[in-house]
Design a protein around this ligand. Structure first.
Ligand code: PAF
Length: 286
């Protein structure tokens, strides 16, 4: 559904941001993004709009969270289209800074992330969460939002950012919103654009594998190894899918589990490569 039209003001510098936010009506809701906006971002924006008097989105492809320069370079960008989507979603402000505006010359401080950032994506992409936590800390400080909205698809990112905000006494509330999916189950991601047609056709295997894990658990199985096995079986039946990891972990700490206890939060998650494109997805339990 298209939101009621309100003018969107685009800001590029810290000074413009500071001036624009002075005296704005609270609460202020923030949706941080790296652009190439899709329906998932629209859902975050709609929630931010529904829960706050003023909304702001950021569009910044953060070089510090990419492990490989080539991955940063090939990250899809289209600012004009992104701004049109923000306007369509009646976002009040968009902060779209240049790299030097976030990391001015001489920038030399980073956020060091802890245990929850180490497994899964943290192990596969060294430095990634340090880059995420650093940029989000800067955005939280610059914007001073009351609430911020992130997709549950990046479940580990949500846990890392929550921990960072708590530890650094940043009062912005971190809200996770449900993953938005294509009708065939593929989670929306800016990276999906890189999938070749046969890879795109194969990619819903991530969702099928997660649902197989959930079904095994719902049938009464409590061994985490058996739940992992159920997910592996589905993934390995798809020739184009190259699994990187399959995890059944504690939903708060991301420590791998031996047993999935009934009411304790657990997270089924996986990362799978299709050619040069790496996709992740997850399913929280119960
Ligand atoms: O999820 C993303 O798009 C990014 O990791 C974020 C949170 C905007 C930080 O660059």
């Amino acid at each position: 559904m298209t939101a009621t039209k309100r003018a969107t003001t685009v800001l590029h510098t810290r000074a413009e941001l500071r001036a624009a936010l002075q005296g704005t009506e609270r609460p202020l809701g923030l949706v941080p993004t790296m652009g190439w906006l899709h329906e998932g971002h629209r859902t975050l924006m709609a929630r931010a709009r529904a829960e706050n008097a003023t909304t702001i989105a950021t569009i910044f492809v953060n070089p510090r969270q990419f492990n490989e320069a080539a991955d940063y370079q090939r990250y899809p960008r289209n600012e004009a289209r992104d701004l049109a989507i923000c306007a369509d979603e009646a976002i009040d402000f968009v902060f779209a800074p240049a790299v030097e505006e976030i990391y001015p010359p001489g920038f030399d401080t980073t956020v060091s992330v802890g245990a929850v950032a180490r497994p899964l994506e943290g192990a596969a992409r060294p430095g990634h969460f340090e880059g995420v936590a650093t940029v989000v800390a800067i955005l939280f400080e610059l914007i001073g939002a009351d609430r911020s909205y992130f997709g549950q698809k990046d479940a580990q990112q949500v846990l890392v950012i929550r921990q960072m905000a708590r530890d650094l006494a940043i009062p912005t509330e971190v809200i996770a919103c449900p993953t938005v999916r294509q009708p065939d189950g593929l989670a929306l991601s800016s990276r999906n654009v890189h999938l070749a047609p046969d890879e795109r056709a194969a990619a819903p295997v991530l969702r099928r594998a997660l649902l197989a894990g959930r079904a095994r658990w719902e049938s009464g199985e409590r061994s985490a190894a058996a739940v992992r096995e159920a997910m592996w079986e589905v993934l390995t039946a798809e020739p184009l899918a190259i699994p990187a990891y399959v995890s059944v972990a504690d939903g708060r700490t991301l420590t791998e589990l031996d047993r999935v206890i009934d009411d304790d939060p657990a997270l089924l998650s996986l990362a799978v490569r299709f050619g040069a494109t790496r996709l992740i997805d997850n399913e929280p339990l119960p």
